[in-house]
Design a protein around this ligand. Structure first.
Ligand code: SAM
Length: 290
Protein backbone atom coordinates (compact mmCIF):
# COMPACT_ATOMS: atom_id res chain seq x y z
CA UNK A 1 0.00 0.00 0.00
CA UNK A 2 1.31 3.48 -0.82
CA UNK A 3 2.33 5.53 2.26
CA UNK A 4 0.07 8.46 1.31
CA UNK A 5 -2.98 6.14 1.15
CA UNK A 6 -2.44 4.68 4.62
CA UNK A 7 -4.57 5.63 7.62
CA UNK A 8 -1.49 6.87 9.49
CA UNK A 9 -1.86 9.88 7.20
CA UNK A 10 -4.32 12.15 9.15
CA UNK A 11 -6.23 13.26 6.04
CA UNK A 12 -6.86 9.61 5.05
CA UNK A 13 -8.25 8.87 8.54
CA UNK A 14 -10.48 11.96 8.45
CA UNK A 15 -11.81 10.97 5.01
CA UNK A 16 -12.40 7.37 6.22
CA UNK A 17 -14.34 8.55 9.30
CA UNK A 18 -16.64 10.45 6.92
CA UNK A 19 -16.87 7.68 4.35
CA UNK A 20 -17.92 5.05 6.93
CA UNK A 21 -19.93 7.58 8.97
CA UNK A 22 -18.09 6.36 12.06
CA UNK A 23 -18.71 7.92 15.50
CA UNK A 24 -16.18 7.32 18.27
CA UNK A 25 -17.37 5.34 21.27
CA UNK A 26 -15.98 6.75 24.48
CA UNK A 27 -16.83 3.55 26.38
CA UNK A 28 -14.35 1.62 24.19
CA UNK A 29 -11.46 4.08 24.71
CA UNK A 30 -11.18 4.91 21.01
CA UNK A 31 -8.27 7.22 20.12
CA UNK A 32 -6.88 6.40 16.69
CA UNK A 33 -3.19 6.91 15.88
CA UNK A 34 -2.50 9.39 13.09
CA UNK A 35 1.27 9.79 13.30
CA UNK A 36 3.48 7.65 11.10
CA UNK A 37 6.63 8.33 13.16
CA UNK A 38 4.95 7.04 16.30
CA UNK A 39 3.70 3.94 14.46
CA UNK A 40 7.25 3.30 13.19
CA UNK A 41 8.52 3.65 16.77
CA UNK A 42 6.07 0.98 17.92
CA UNK A 43 7.07 -1.37 15.07
CA UNK A 44 10.79 -0.90 15.77
CA UNK A 45 10.42 -1.18 19.58
CA UNK A 46 8.55 -4.48 19.03
CA UNK A 47 11.27 -5.56 16.55
CA UNK A 48 8.61 -6.85 14.14
CA UNK A 49 9.89 -8.97 11.25
CA UNK A 50 8.44 -11.35 8.66
CA UNK A 51 8.97 -14.37 10.97
CA UNK A 52 6.62 -12.88 13.55
CA UNK A 53 2.99 -13.51 14.28
CA UNK A 54 1.44 -10.41 15.81
CA UNK A 55 -1.65 -10.19 17.97
CA UNK A 56 -3.05 -6.68 17.88
CA UNK A 57 -5.52 -5.73 20.60
CA UNK A 58 -8.12 -3.23 19.39
CA UNK A 59 -7.23 -2.47 15.74
CA UNK A 60 -9.81 0.33 15.55
CA UNK A 61 -10.05 1.33 11.90
CA UNK A 62 -6.70 -0.33 11.07
CA UNK A 63 -4.28 2.61 11.46
CA UNK A 64 -1.58 0.53 13.17
CA UNK A 65 -2.73 -2.78 11.62
CA UNK A 66 -1.82 -1.67 8.07
CA UNK A 67 1.80 -1.12 9.16
CA UNK A 68 1.87 -4.37 11.16
CA UNK A 69 0.62 -6.25 8.08
CA UNK A 70 3.42 -4.71 5.98
CA UNK A 71 6.11 -5.81 8.47
CA UNK A 72 4.93 -9.09 10.09
CA UNK A 73 4.29 -12.58 8.74
CA UNK A 74 0.78 -12.84 10.17
CA UNK A 75 -1.48 -10.47 12.12
CA UNK A 76 -4.47 -11.40 14.27
CA UNK A 77 -6.52 -8.36 15.26
CA UNK A 78 -9.15 -8.63 18.04
CA UNK A 79 -11.71 -5.79 18.07
CA UNK A 80 -14.67 -5.45 20.44
CA UNK A 81 -16.64 -2.79 18.49
CA UNK A 82 -18.71 -4.68 15.92
CA UNK A 83 -19.25 -1.50 13.88
CA UNK A 84 -15.52 -1.53 13.10
CA UNK A 85 -15.46 -5.08 11.67
CA UNK A 86 -16.79 -4.27 8.15
CA UNK A 87 -14.63 -1.11 8.08
CA UNK A 88 -11.53 -3.18 8.90
CA UNK A 89 -12.37 -5.66 6.11
CA UNK A 90 -12.25 -2.72 3.74
CA UNK A 91 -9.21 -0.83 5.08
CA UNK A 92 -7.19 -4.08 5.28
CA UNK A 93 -8.39 -5.59 1.99
CA UNK A 94 -4.93 -5.13 0.42
CA UNK A 95 -3.42 -7.60 2.92
CA UNK A 96 -3.92 -11.37 2.88
CA UNK A 97 -1.96 -11.93 6.12
CA UNK A 98 -4.48 -10.28 8.47
CA UNK A 99 -7.28 -12.05 10.32
CA UNK A 100 -9.89 -9.86 12.01
CA UNK A 101 -11.60 -11.33 15.06
CA UNK A 102 -14.63 -9.73 16.67
CA UNK A 103 -14.40 -10.08 20.44
CA UNK A 104 -13.38 -8.87 23.88
CA UNK A 105 -9.65 -9.48 24.47
CA UNK A 106 -10.35 -10.22 28.14
CA UNK A 107 -12.51 -13.16 27.06
CA UNK A 108 -10.25 -14.39 24.24
CA UNK A 109 -7.94 -17.39 24.54
CA UNK A 110 -4.69 -15.76 23.45
CA UNK A 111 -2.70 -19.02 23.44
CA UNK A 112 -4.55 -19.97 20.22
CA UNK A 113 -2.56 -17.29 18.34
CA UNK A 114 0.88 -18.55 19.38
CA UNK A 115 1.60 -20.28 16.04
CA UNK A 116 5.31 -20.80 15.34
CA UNK A 117 6.34 -19.55 18.79
CA UNK A 118 7.22 -16.05 17.62
CA UNK A 119 4.11 -14.31 18.93
CA UNK A 120 4.39 -10.61 19.72
CA UNK A 121 1.55 -8.59 21.16
CA UNK A 122 1.19 -5.01 19.96
CA UNK A 123 -1.50 -2.44 20.76
CA UNK A 124 -2.53 1.12 21.16
CA UNK A 125 -4.53 0.09 24.22
CA UNK A 126 -7.92 1.40 25.31
CA UNK A 127 -6.86 3.29 28.45
CA UNK A 128 -9.90 2.35 30.53
CA UNK A 129 -8.77 -1.29 30.79
CA UNK A 130 -4.99 -1.10 30.33
CA UNK A 131 -4.07 -2.73 33.64
CA UNK A 132 -6.59 -5.62 33.47
CA UNK A 133 -5.44 -6.43 29.92
CA UNK A 134 -1.71 -6.40 30.80
CA UNK A 135 -2.19 -8.32 34.05
CA UNK A 136 -4.41 -10.90 32.36
CA UNK A 137 -1.74 -11.52 29.70
CA UNK A 138 1.16 -11.69 32.18
CA UNK A 139 -0.50 -13.75 34.92
CA UNK A 140 -1.74 -16.33 32.45
CA UNK A 141 1.82 -16.90 31.22
CA UNK A 142 0.82 -16.21 27.61
CA UNK A 143 3.19 -17.77 25.09
CA UNK A 144 4.43 -14.43 23.71
CA UNK A 145 7.96 -13.04 23.31
CA UNK A 146 6.97 -9.47 24.06
CA UNK A 147 4.14 -7.01 24.63
CA UNK A 148 4.59 -3.54 23.10
CA UNK A 149 1.82 -1.12 23.95
CA UNK A 150 0.78 2.50 23.96
CA UNK A 151 -0.55 3.37 27.41
CA UNK A 152 -1.17 6.44 29.52
CA UNK A 153 2.21 7.99 30.36
CA UNK A 154 1.76 7.63 34.14
CA UNK A 155 0.90 3.97 33.75
CA UNK A 156 4.07 3.36 31.69
CA UNK A 157 6.09 5.11 34.42
CA UNK A 158 4.50 2.92 37.12
CA UNK A 159 5.25 -0.22 35.11
CA UNK A 160 8.96 0.63 34.78
CA UNK A 161 9.44 2.22 38.27
CA UNK A 162 12.19 1.08 40.64
CA UNK A 163 11.79 0.81 44.46
CA UNK A 164 11.57 3.96 46.55
CA UNK A 165 9.83 6.40 44.20
CA UNK A 166 6.21 7.56 44.14
CA UNK A 167 5.42 5.56 40.97
CA UNK A 168 6.60 2.26 42.46
CA UNK A 169 3.92 -0.21 43.49
CA UNK A 170 2.15 -3.53 42.89
CA UNK A 171 1.94 -2.91 39.11
CA UNK A 172 5.73 -2.28 38.86
CA UNK A 173 6.47 -5.51 40.74
CA UNK A 174 4.05 -7.60 38.67
CA UNK A 175 5.34 -6.26 35.34
CA UNK A 176 8.97 -6.70 36.43
CA UNK A 177 8.42 -10.25 37.70
CA UNK A 178 7.16 -11.41 34.32
CA UNK A 179 9.06 -9.12 31.96
CA UNK A 180 11.78 -6.57 31.35
CA UNK A 181 10.10 -3.23 30.62
CA UNK A 182 11.59 -0.56 28.38
CA UNK A 183 10.09 2.90 27.84
CA UNK A 184 10.46 3.41 24.08
CA UNK A 185 8.80 6.82 23.51
CA UNK A 186 6.64 9.56 24.95
CA UNK A 187 3.71 10.47 22.73
CA UNK A 188 1.77 13.76 22.90
CA UNK A 189 -2.07 13.97 22.53
CA UNK A 190 -1.91 15.50 19.02
CA UNK A 191 -0.80 12.14 17.56
CA UNK A 192 -4.35 10.79 18.05
CA UNK A 193 -7.85 11.49 16.84
CA UNK A 194 -9.72 12.34 19.01
CA UNK A 195 -6.99 13.74 21.30
CA UNK A 196 -6.81 12.02 24.70
CA UNK A 197 -6.79 14.25 27.80
CA UNK A 198 -3.47 12.77 28.98
CA UNK A 199 0.03 12.15 27.66
CA UNK A 200 0.88 8.67 26.37
CA UNK A 201 3.95 6.46 26.14
CA UNK A 202 5.07 3.34 24.31
CA UNK A 203 6.38 0.60 26.58
CA UNK A 204 7.85 -2.73 25.51
CA UNK A 205 7.85 -5.67 27.89
CA UNK A 206 10.15 -8.56 26.94
CA UNK A 207 8.68 -11.64 28.58
CA UNK A 208 11.12 -13.70 30.68
CA UNK A 209 11.42 -17.45 30.06
CA UNK A 210 11.95 -17.79 33.80
CA UNK A 211 11.24 -14.99 36.32
CA UNK A 212 14.26 -13.09 37.71
CA UNK A 213 13.53 -14.27 41.27
CA UNK A 214 12.56 -17.65 42.70
CA UNK A 215 9.69 -17.86 45.15
CA UNK A 216 7.95 -20.84 46.78
CA UNK A 217 4.43 -19.53 46.04
CA UNK A 218 3.97 -16.89 43.30
CA UNK A 219 0.30 -16.21 44.11
CA UNK A 220 1.01 -15.75 47.82
CA UNK A 221 3.84 -13.31 46.97
CA UNK A 222 1.45 -11.20 44.90
CA UNK A 223 -1.13 -11.20 47.72
CA UNK A 224 1.63 -9.97 50.07
CA UNK A 225 2.64 -7.30 47.54
CA UNK A 226 -0.99 -6.17 47.12
CA UNK A 227 -1.37 -5.98 50.91
CA UNK A 228 1.86 -4.01 51.30
CA UNK A 229 0.73 -1.27 48.91
CA UNK A 230 -2.96 -1.28 49.91
CA UNK A 231 -2.67 1.90 51.88
CA UNK A 232 0.45 3.94 51.25
CA UNK A 233 0.68 5.41 54.73
CA UNK A 234 0.54 2.03 56.43
CA UNK A 235 3.64 0.14 57.39
CA UNK A 236 4.11 -3.15 55.59
CA UNK A 237 3.28 -5.21 58.69
CA UNK A 238 -0.02 -3.35 59.27
CA UNK A 239 -0.93 -3.71 55.58
CA UNK A 240 -0.34 -7.47 55.68
CA UNK A 241 -2.04 -7.95 59.06
CA UNK A 242 -5.24 -6.26 57.88
CA UNK A 243 -5.41 -7.80 54.41
CA UNK A 244 -8.49 -10.04 54.09
CA UNK A 245 -6.88 -12.56 51.69
CA UNK A 246 -3.94 -13.20 54.07
CA UNK A 247 -3.68 -14.60 57.55
CA UNK A 248 -0.40 -13.47 59.15
CA UNK A 249 -0.22 -11.70 62.51
CA UNK A 250 1.80 -8.54 63.08
CA UNK A 251 4.25 -10.62 65.16
CA UNK A 252 4.81 -13.09 62.33
CA UNK A 253 5.55 -10.27 59.88
CA UNK A 254 7.92 -8.46 62.24
CA UNK A 255 9.76 -11.74 62.98
CA UNK A 256 10.19 -12.28 59.23
CA UNK A 257 11.40 -8.70 58.71
CA UNK A 258 13.87 -9.14 61.59
CA UNK A 259 15.16 -12.33 60.00
CA UNK A 260 15.78 -10.31 56.82
CA UNK A 261 17.59 -7.59 58.78
CA UNK A 262 14.90 -5.01 57.94
CA UNK A 263 13.24 -2.42 60.17
CA UNK A 264 9.85 -3.71 61.35
CA UNK A 265 8.27 -0.33 60.51
CA UNK A 266 9.46 -0.44 56.90
CA UNK A 267 6.99 0.49 54.13
CA UNK A 268 6.30 -1.64 51.08
CA UNK A 269 7.80 0.84 48.62
CA UNK A 270 11.30 0.19 50.03
CA UNK A 271 11.29 -3.50 49.12
CA UNK A 272 12.39 -4.89 45.76
CA UNK A 273 11.16 -8.04 44.04
CA UNK A 274 13.93 -10.15 45.60
CA UNK A 275 12.93 -8.99 49.09
CA UNK A 276 9.23 -9.70 48.54
CA UNK A 277 10.16 -13.21 47.36
CA UNK A 278 12.30 -13.73 50.48
CA UNK A 279 9.60 -12.33 52.79
CA UNK A 280 7.05 -14.72 51.26
CA UNK A 281 9.38 -17.70 51.70
CA UNK A 282 10.18 -16.80 55.32
CA UNK A 283 6.52 -16.25 56.27
CA UNK A 284 5.61 -19.63 54.76
CA UNK A 285 8.65 -21.42 56.23
CA UNK A 286 7.77 -20.15 59.72
CA UNK A 287 4.33 -21.70 59.20
CA UNK A 288 6.04 -24.90 58.03
CA UNK A 289 4.33 -24.83 54.65
CA UNK A 290 7.49 -24.65 52.54
N1 SAM B 1 -5.33 0.45 17.07
C1 SAM B 1 -6.16 1.59 16.69
C2 SAM B 1 -5.26 2.78 16.45
O1 SAM B 1 -4.15 2.79 17.00
O2 SAM B 1 -5.67 3.70 15.75
C3 SAM B 1 -7.22 1.90 17.75
C4 SAM B 1 -6.71 2.10 19.17
S1 SAM B 1 -7.94 2.64 20.29
C5 SAM B 1 -6.96 3.43 21.53
C6 SAM B 1 -8.40 1.18 21.20
C7 SAM B 1 -9.21 0.13 20.41
O3 SAM B 1 -9.49 -0.98 21.25
C8 SAM B 1 -10.57 0.62 19.91
O4 SAM B 1 -10.74 0.25 18.56
C9 SAM B 1 -11.58 -0.10 20.80
O5 SAM B 1 -12.83 -0.31 20.16
C10 SAM B 1 -10.84 -1.40 21.09
N2 SAM B 1 -11.24 -2.08 22.33
C11 SAM B 1 -11.69 -1.53 23.49
N3 SAM B 1 -11.91 -2.46 24.42
C12 SAM B 1 -11.58 -3.67 23.85
C13 SAM B 1 -11.61 -5.02 24.30
N4 SAM B 1 -12.00 -5.33 25.54
N5 SAM B 1 -11.22 -6.00 23.45
C14 SAM B 1 -10.81 -5.70 22.18
N6 SAM B 1 -10.78 -4.44 21.70
C15 SAM B 1 -11.15 -3.43 22.52
Amino acid sequence: MKKEEMLSNPSVTIAALKKYDFSFQKKFGQNFLIDEHVINKIISAAEICKDDTVLEIGPGMGNLTQHLAENAGKVYAVEIDRKLIPILSDTLSAYDNVEIIEGDILKTDVSGFAGNGNLKIVANLPYYITTPIIMNLLENHIPAKSITVMVQKEVAERMAAKPGGKDYGALSLAVQYYSEPYLAANVPPNCFIPRPAVGSAVIRMKIYDTPPVEVSDEKEMFRIIKASFGERRKTLQNGIKNFPELDYSKEEVSAALNEMGLDENIRGEKLGLQEFARLTDILRKNRDVV
